[in-house]
Design a protein around this ligand. Structure first.
Ligand SMILES: *Cc1c(COP(=O)(O)O)cnc(C)c1O
Length: 381
């Protein structure tokens, strides 16, 4: 599915590789037909075959192919792509607020940017941060969304999606599936109404294309397309092409990175200077048995704790092959300090501990990754 999804139209177009459609505008035919096509797409409709696509902000074939691919992999009727993961989350929030449901229940921890967006209220929302067990008690009559992330950023906690969906009592649940990717977890099948990705991470997989996507049913997709059309947070054709291309190798990359991560996690767990490793593949990190039921495998992200914050802060500057950088899910291994970087805007009480580092394991030989980490840990002690 990952190889073929979104490529259905190629044979009839007489091409084999996926083309990039760059037009910002399109021939309209008659004023009447062009006008109807415009109105249809500007109010959330999808492009109708044989009609003008009108304008790139409304619809683009390259973007639509990527969306079709994501929908297939997530098992949802549709998907709607955006300029970034944050543009995707903003569109969902705006849709909820516009429907008069301005209250969000958010399960912490979340990605620092998502936490910041929700807490700031700049899009007119109010938020109650809680735990999976606290969701039901946090609901209000104006709650329009329950948001959770699993595995969660940065400590890789696993959340039982079906349990939260039941507790949400009919309020739509959005699951940020960025860390798992659809290869390891398909939240829609567990009761999520909306599945969000920062496509910048695993879906693209090469650290060279930014995008976001929300997989959902037709009703949500129409609302999100309408918001996208009026606010303009569109995914453009170049990154859409790269993100779609990334889908073809997604299962192979995710499984190979995961195999490497399992070895790296064990090596770190066995190192005397590492206080604790947070990796869903370690039995103590999955007390509820999520791996093998909701999630097909533990993935390739982990966090590890040193005895002190100062030691942790010295390590990112001491790695060699590994890159000290934010982002994750790509072909090469990245390390970063969540409290100082990605989770900097999070309020103090919910901020990760400063002795914690996050690692995104890439496709390098796991022995090389371990050797680099061990030298960095030991030379900075
Ligand atoms: C990176 C990230 C985001 C934000 O996505 P951008 O593409 O950077 O806007 C949201 N959620 C998670 C889990 C992320 O890792």
């Amino acid at each position: 599915m990952a190889v073929h999804a979104g490529r259905d139209w190629l044979t009839e177009q007489g091409v084999h590789a996926v083309p990039i459609d760059l037009s910002t505008t399109a021939p309209l035919g008659s004023v009447h037909d062009g006008g109807l096509a415009y109105e249809h797409m500007a109010t959330g409709g999808s492009h109708t075959a044989g009609q003008s696509t009108v304008y790139q902000r409304l619809w683009n074939p390259t973007v639509a192919r990527f969306e079709a691919g994501v929908a297939v992999l997530e098992g949802t009727p549709e998907a709607v792509a955006f300029a970034s993961g944050m543009a995707a989350l903003s569109a969902v929030l705006l849709a909820a607020v516009a429907a008069g449901k301005k209250h969000v229940v958010a399960v912490r921890p979340l990605y620092g940017g998502s936490d910041h967006l929700l807490a700031s209220g700049v899009l007119g929302n109010e938020v109650t941060f809680t735990t999976p067990e606290g969701v039901r008690a946090a609901l209000r009559p104006d709650t329009g969304l329950v948001i959770l992330e699993t595995p969660a950023n940065p400590t890789l906690e696993l959340v039982d999606i079906a349990r939260v969906a039941a507790a949400a009592d009919g309020v739509p649940v959005l699951v940020d599936n960025t860390f798992a990717s659809p290869v390891l977890q398909q939240p829609f099948a567990h009761g999520a109404a909306l599945v969000l990705h920062s496509a910048t991470k695993f879906l693209g997989g090469h650290g060279d294309a930014m995008g976001g996507v929300v997989a959902a049913d037709a009703g949500w997709a129409a609302r999100l397309r309408r918001i996208r059309a009026v606010t303009g947070g569109i995914l453009t054709p170049w990154p859409a092409y790269l993100l779609h291309r990334g889908l073809a190798t997604l299962p192979v990359r995710v499984r190979a990175q995961q195999a490497g991560a399992e070895k790296v996690a064990l090596a770190l767990a066995g190192h005397g200077l590492v206080k604790r490793v947070y990796y869903p593949g370690l039995a103590e990190c999955d007390p509820a048995g999520i791996i093998g039921t909701q999630m097909a495998g533990p993935g390739s992200l982990m966090a590890f704790e040193l005895a002190g914050a100062e030691h942790a802060e010295r390590i990112p500057a001491a790695v060699g092959m590994i890159t000290h950088a934010v982002s994750l899910g790509g072909i090469d291994t990245l390390i970063q300090h969540p409290a100082g970087l990605t989770h900097r805007p999070v309020e103090a009480a919910a901020k990760p501990h400063a002795s914690l580092l996050r690692l995104s394991v890439g496709l390098e030989d796991p022995a090389d990754i371990v050797a680099d980490l061990v030298q960095a840990i030991e030379t900075t002690r």
